[in-house]
Every structure is written in structure tokens, then in C-alpha cells.
Design a protein around this ligand. Structure first.
Ligand code: UT7
Length: 329
């Protein structure tokens, strides 16, 4: 029997500060009605002050996942973090977590795949476990994009929230659990649809070439919307085909929580009934890399995701990147 990467435990972290649509009405020209109708979002959690951010959320989620696994951090082989909003451009958030949790024998690196960060990071970790390179991994999905939005731009600032989720994954033999299949896709020609210009080496902060460029998230919403509708369905169909399953075999669908309309379109294309579709976009908005592991965490906590169930996750984001995982929980 082949070696599989099996999720042992899950953790999460959320800031306590709440930002409702009514609060946003006081900041930009928007309304609760518009936001709910176009996105399904009612409120989101946002990091408060300089001490709350991606590193803080990542360590919180990782600590909970590690405690629940019962594993000695010294036995961990790898820390992988899917994020695009690390406390620093470098060093990585994964290295910060590795230090804080005392994983003295682990390698650590970040995976930059925006809202698909957890999908990409988990598939990387599973491949390294299945190949025998490591026996275990801590995989985190986290972002605090509310630190990167322009609070005068109503087309973006209403969308995002902050959050994190983390899983401990271990090698197991003779099991039908674990990551069953993955599809990873990209199209860099769409990079301009959602990006931050300033802060990298092309337009460094304070440089003459950065003048007039945006240091916050800019997005062509309708382009991203059209891409997302197509990408979510395509990735799910491909990953189902890859593992020889149909959507009837899926017990729970945990999609990236960016927009209720996008999720509903994907669920319709896959003929998935409402009770198999996990939703928390109304509570947290788009938490980017945090979105999928946060969904898995809540689904498990609510008793909707139990050991042995088959769960399909799918995400899309800046890059452009997208992908899907099928996991037997
Ligand atoms: O993880 C990837 C992250 N990104 C996404 O997932 C974004 C995907 N895109 C979307 O979810 C949708 O495109 C949005 C929710 C961002 C926008 O919805 P839309 O139905 O595509 O609206 P729109 O951009 O076509 O704008 C329609 C109107 C415009 O007014 P006019 O030009 O028709 O007069 C906007 O100016 O709505 C206006 N508008 C707003 N009105 C009230 C844009 N933002 C707001 C707002 N409140 N917050």
C-alpha cells in the first residue's frame, strides 16, 4: 500500500475586531444591500493595530493545530505557509512560525499563491511526504489583506477579511485517508487583474519609479469574477476526473470563500446540493490564503466534516492561479 499524507489535526486563528457592512457605510459610498447582493458578505474580522497581522495569525493557527495533534514540534519535518501578506517581504512567515512553535528540525518556506495558497501548500507538503522526503508537515494558509487594501476604494475594501487555518499532516501506510488528488493551474497573463504594484524590486518603496504607482491592492473585479467562475468549475471537474470520482462521491465541498455568487455558480455546475456546500463568506469575507483551512476548521467543528469523509476544496486568486484538492479526511 502506498504512503499517504493524512491530516491529523486542524487549527485556526481570527482577529476579534469585527467590521460590519454598516461600519463600511461610514467609510466609503456603499450599502449593506449592495455588498450582500453582490458578494454575500455581511461582516469580516480585521487585524487591529501593528501587533496583529499575518505572522500573529499564522502562529495562532499553527499552535492550535500542533496542540491538537499531540505531536512533539521537534518531530516536525516541514513548515509550509501559503500567504501573500507576510509581516516582511522576507524572511518568510513559515520561518517565523517554525521558531515560535519550536520546530527545531523542520525546513520552512512560504508558498505564494494568493487565495489558492493553502491548496498549493498542502499539495507540496503531500508530495514531499509521499516521496519520503519528510514524514510530517505543518501547512498553514493565512493572510491579512485588510492591511493591503485602499480604504477609499469601495470596489476592493468591502471584500477582504483576515484569518488563518493550519493542518498537521503525517505519513501513513495502509490507509484510504489522505490527499487523494490535486490539480494546480496558472495563467500569469492575468497578473494585472489583481495586484500590488509597489514594494517589490520592480517598483521599490520610495523609489522614483514607484511614483504614481499603487501600493495597495488594485483589482479589475469583473475580469476576476469571470475568470473565477470558469476556473472553480474547471479545477473541480479535472480533479474529480483525476481521482476517478464524480461529484456524487463528494461529502462536502469547501470552496474558497470570495463571493457567494461565484460559489453558487461552481456548486451548480457540479450539481452539488446546498447541504454539501460549506459557506462562511457571510462572516469572514475573503480571507485569501486563510479561507479554505478556516472553512475546513469550522466544518469539522460543526460536525459536517468527519474522519473518512471525502472533501473537495478549490481556490483561485492573484497570479492568476487556481487549483483543487480532494482529501479523504
Ligand atoms: O480571491 C480573488 C479576489 N477577488 C475576487 O474574488 C473578486 C471577484 N469579483 C467580484 O466579486 C465582483 O466583481 C465584485 C463584487 C468585486 C463587484 O461586483 P460586480 O457585480 O462585478 O460589480 P461591478 O464591478 O460591475 O460594479 C457595478 C457597479 C459600478 O457602478 P456603475 O459603474 O454601474 O455606476 C460600481 O462603481 O457597482 C459600483 N460599486 C459599488 N457600489 C456600492 C462597486 N463597488 C461598490 C460598492 N458599493 N462597494
Amino acid at each position: 500500500m502506498s504512503r499517504k499524507a493524512v491530516i491529523q489535526s486542524i487549527g485556526h486563528a481570527l482577529p476579534s475586531k469585527l467590521l460590519t457592512n454598516t461600519d463600511l457605510e461610514k467609510i466609503v459610498a456603499t450599502s449593506d444591500d449592495w455588498i450582500v447582493q453582490r458578494t454575500g458578505i455581511k461582516e469580516r474580522r480585521i487585524c487591529d493595530g501593528p501587533n496583529e497581522g499575518t505572522g500573529w495569525l499564522a502562529v495562532g493557527a499553527a499552535t492550535e493545530a500542533m496542540e491538537r495533534s499531540g505531536m512533539d514540534p521537534n518531530d516536525l519535518g516541514l513548515v509550509l505557509c501559503g500567504t501573500v501578506s507576510g509581516d516582511y517581504i522576507w524572511p518568510s512567515t513559515a520561518c517565523m512560525v517554525q521558531d515560535k512553535i519550536g520546530a527545531h528540525n523542520a525546513g520552512a518556506f512560504d508558498v505564494s499563491a494568493a487565495c489558492a495558497g493553502f491548496i498549493y501548500a498542502l499539495s507540496n507538503a503531500a508530495a514531499m511526504i509521499e516521496s519520503g522526503q519528510v514524514d510530517s508537515a505543518l501547512v498553514i494558509g493565512v493572510d491579512s489583506l485588510t492591511k493591503q487594501v485602499d480604504w477609499t476604494d469601495r470596489s476592493t475594501c468591502i471584500l477582504f477579511g483576515d484569518g488563518a487555518g493550519a493542518v498537521v499532516v503525517k505519513a501513513e501506510e495502509n490507509t484510504d485517508r489522505g490527499l487523494l488528488g490535486t490539480v494546480l493551474k496558472s495563467d500569469g497573463s492575468g497578473g494585472k487583474f489583481i495586484c500590488i504594484d509597489v514594494g517589490g524590486s520592480r517598483y521599490p518603496w520610495g523609489s522614483p519609479q514607484a511614483e504614481g504607482k499603487k501600493a495597495h491592492i488594485t483589482m479589475m473585479g469583473s475580469e476576476v469574477y469571470r475568470f473565477a467562475i470558469q476556473a472553480m468549475g474547471d479545477a473541480c471537474c479535472k480533479v474529480l476526473e483525476k481521482v476517478g470520482m464524480s461529484s456524487d462521491d463528494i461529502d462536502l465541498f469547501v470552496p474558497h470563500q470570495a463571493n457567494l455568487r461565484i460559489i453558487e455558480a461552481a456548486a451548480k455546475r457540479l450539481s452539488l446540493p446546498h447541504d454539501k456546500v460549506f459557506l462562511n463568506v457571510h462572516k469572514y469575507g475573503n480571507t485569501s490564503g486563510g479561507s479554505i483551512p478556516l472553512g475546513l476548521y469550522e466544518a469539522e467543528a460543526e460536525g459536517r466534516l468527519k474522519k473518512g469523509m471525502t472533501v473537495m476544496t478549490v481556490g483561485f486568486g492573484a497570479g492568476l492561479v487556481w487549483g483543487a484538492n480532494i482529501i479523504r479526511w
